[in-house]
Design a protein around this ligand. Sequence first.
Ligand SMILES: [Zn+2]
Length: 131
Amino acid sequence: MSKSTPPSFEMVVLTTCDTHDEAALIRYGLKLRQIPSDLSVPRASLLPTRTPRPIEVRVPRESLERAQGAIQYIAGAVHGDGVAITPDFRCAICGYDMTGLGSQTICPECGTDLASESAKKMARRRLPPDA
Ligand SMILES: [Zn+2]
């Protein structure tokens, strides 16, 4: 066992979620991009039971820019109303790697508009099962 050293990076808030399911899917997407993340949850005892609690998803400051580029795809998959890009940033129709294409919604490989309803339907079917 080696002596553990404190992480050298500072964690900063990437986004906040209302549910653990949403936070888990966002973290899954980040993990697939090799971006480490953690959660910061306010102490439950301080909040009314039925109030949705903002769950903070945090990433290292050095990864923040990359994570912010990724989050729009992940959030789209979470809410089902963004674009049909899988949590691992591939075209939901043909699997083309959409990493780094910014907010583009037309897949350069198969030409599908990933913002279309039919494409989004397919993306939802391909979401990973609950972890
Ligand atoms: Zn495609």
